[in-house]
Design a protein around this ligand. Structure first.
Ligand code: AOF
Ligand code: ZN
Length: 336
C-alpha cells in the first residue's frame, strides 16, 4: 500500500480535482504490474497497472492481488468502471486503503466486487490514504477547494519590509514554493502584494503546470503594466472590468464584504480543488479570521528584518504535522 501511495503522488498537480491513486498488482510477493492515475480525465490507476504487466506474466493476473489506494470505481465517468475491468481480468483479491467518498462510488465498487466473489479487504493504512488525498476528501465532502495558507517570514516574524519587495526565503525554498504552485489549482494574492511585489505568480522553478492566478483589485489600483495583468496565463481579477482585449483574464464581480465564500464558490464551479493563498498578511489574516483554511505552510528564514509587515496572527492553536529544513529555511506545516 505504501508503494501505491508513492505511485499516487506522481499524479500530484495533474489529476486534481480527481484523487491521486496508485495501484500495484502482486503475484506471490512479486510486483507484476503497477500504475497511477496520471492525468485528469485519463485512465485510472488500475488500468495503467494492468497494462504494465509483461506479456510473460499476463497468465498470472487471475492468481494475483490488486492493491489500490482508493476503492476501484463503480461509475461510468470519463472512463469506464475499474470494477468491471477487475472482474473481466478475473483478479481474485483486491486490497484497498480508502473507500471512495465520491457519492457515485461510495462503497458500491467494493460491494460489486464482493458480490462477484472477489476477496476484498479495505481500510488498509486508511489514515495515511486520507492524508494523501486530503484535498480530494475536502472537495467531495465540503464541496469547496482545499485551502492552503502560505507565507515566508524572517526569524523575527516579518513577511517583508514595509512597502518594498523583500526576498525572505533561500533559492531552494523558493523552488519548493513553485512545486506547491504546480500542485495547486489556483493561487491568490491581495492588492497590496500585487502593487508592492509585482509578482508573476507562475511556476517557473519546478516541473508541471502554472495554476490559475487570482488577484484582488476591488479599488482598481493595480497598474496596467503589472505582471498579473499581462494576460499571459489564466487570471481572475476580483474587481471592476477593465477595457481591452482580454484572452486569459477574467474580471470577476464579488461583494467585497463577502468575497471569500463567493470566490470559493466560483473556484468550485470552475473545478479548482486546491487554492494556495500566498499573501500578504491582510489577505491571509482574513482567511484565518474567517476559519477559511485547511493547512498552513510557514517558511522561516534565519535572517532578522527588525521591522516591517508582521506575519499573520491567530494560527498558533494549529497542529504542527510536519517540519523540515530546506537548506537553512525551516518549513512547518500545520493543520486544524
Ligand atoms: C479509481 N481509480 O485511479 C481514480 C478514481 O471521471 P472519471 O472517470 O476519471 O472518474 C473520476 C472519479 O473516479 C473520481 O472523482 C473518483 O471518485 C474516482 N477516481 N477511481 O478507481 C483511479 N482516479
Ligand atoms: Zn476507476
Amino acid at each position: 500500500m505504501h508503494r501505491c501511495f508513492q505511485l499516487a503522488r506522481l499524479g500530484a498537480g495533474s489529476v486534481t480535482p480527481n484523487p491521486m491513486v496508485g495501484a500495484v498488482l502482486v503475484h506471490e510477493n512479486r510486483i507484476i504490474g503497477e500504475g497511477w492515475h496520471r492525468q485528469f480525465g485519463g485512465p485510472h490507476a488500475e488500468v495503467h497497472a494492468l497494462q504494465s504487466v509483461a506479456p510473460a506474466d499476463r497468465h498470472l493476473i487471475p492468481r494475483s492481488t490488486l492493491y489500490c489506494s482508493l476503492e476501484p470505481c463503480f461509475h461510468h465517468g470519463k472512463t469506464p468502471p475499474c470494477v468491471d475491468l477487475i472482474l473481466e481480468q478475473k483478479i481474485p483479491r483486491v486490497v484497498v486503503s480508502n473507500v471512495d467518498p465520491n457519492p457515485l462510488v461510495g462503497g458500491q465498487g467494493l460491494e460489486k466486487l464482493r458480490a462477484a466473489g472477489v476477496a476484498v479487504e479495505s481500510g488498509v493504512l486508511e489514515a495515511e490514504g486520507r492524508r494523501l488525498n486530503r484535498a480530494f476528501f475536502t472537495w467531495i465532502t465540503n464541496k469547496r477547494p482545499f485551502i492552503i495558507l502560505k507565507w515566508a517570514q524572517s526569524a523575527d516574524g516579518f513577511i517583508a519590509r514595509q512597502s518594498e519587495r523583500t526576498v525572505i526565503s533561500g533559492t531552494l525554498a523558493r523552488r519548493l514554493v513553485h512545486r506547491w504552485r504546480a500542485e495547486s489549482d489556483a493561487i491568490l494574492v491581495g492588492a497590496n502584494t500585487a502593487l508592492v511585489d509585482n509578482p508573476g505568480l507562475d511556476n517557473r522553478y519546478f516541473f508541471g503546470k502554472s495554476p490559475l492566478r487570482v488577484v484582488l483589485n476591488f479599488k482598481n489600483k493595480i497598474a496596467p503594466t503589472a505582471l498579473l495583468l499581462d494576460d499571459s496565463v489564466s487570471t481572475w481579477v476580483l474587481g471592476p472590468q477593465r477595457s481591452g482585449n482580454w484572452e486569459n483574464t477574467l474580471f470577476q464581480e464579488v461583494h467585497p464584504e463577502n468575497w471569500i465564500p463567493e470566490l470559493l464558490e466560483k473556484l468550485r464551479a470552475d473545478n479548482r480543488a486546491i487554492l494556495l493563498v500566498e499573501g500578504g498578511t491582510q489577505v491571509l489574516q482574513q482567511f484565518l479570521d474567517g476559519g477559511f483554511w485547511d493547512e498552513i505552510r510557514i517558511l522561516e528564514n534565519p535572517q532578522y528584518l527588525r521591522a516591517g509587515v508582521p506575519a499573520p496572527q491567530g494560527w498558533q492553536h494549529a497542529i504542527l504535522v510536519e517540519a523540515f529544513s530546506v537548506r537553512g529555511d525551516l518549513v512547518r506545516v500545520f493543520r486544524k
